[in-house]
Design a protein around this ligand. Sequence first.
Ligand code: TYD
Length: 207
Amino acid sequence: MRYEPLFIVFEGIDGAGKTSIAKALVKLLNSQGFQTLYTYEPFNDEMTKLIRRYGRALGAVIETLLMAADRYYHVEKVIKPALNEGKIVISDRYYYSSIAYQGARGADIQWIKTVNYFAIKPDIAFYLDVSPEVGLSRKRNGTTRIPYLEEDIKTTEKVRAIYRRLVSEEGLSEIDASKDKCYVLRECVKEICRKKGLLCQAAVCGD
Ligand code: TYD
């Protein structure tokens, strides 16, 4: 089967359902014969440790720099090679997370974009929208690798507001993720069909 490599990312606050939708999409693509790579950010465990240690103490500037360093490795060593092999790459978070989270925590958004200049633009960036209350209620039993980033509901409101701005400013595809998983996956598949002509006939949740 011949197809163009594709780079798709999922964004949203904690509890929006990014991981489960990204994995369901990978499964669907695999079942249709596509070669895929599921990946995520922050990518490197050592870097995540550094962010936990220094981010809390020093704030959004150091978070931005460490996330960008992590992302540079991710883009150069993981994402670009997989795209060059012709795969469909699905990343759970990307540089929009830096704009939304570190922007909400006080870093200058223009500067965040500058620091991330090397990050290639994805073909499709999904933003799964839920309110912080819904996100929090879904995450109650889940794990978060950098818990201090998700502690404060007021900051999470700001993260959401920045994401919503990015929908119009950067062309993110917004999906109402307060609905059930089949609805969200179906909307993702429709968008991939609309933008790239792929998965147009694929059945989602048995329909
Ligand atoms: P993780 O446990 O991977 O959570 P999630 O399933 O929500 O992705 O934790 C990642 C945390 O890092 C999450 O709180 C968002 C935050 N983050 C940033 O603040 N900036 C970034 O650039 C990235 C990639 C993540």
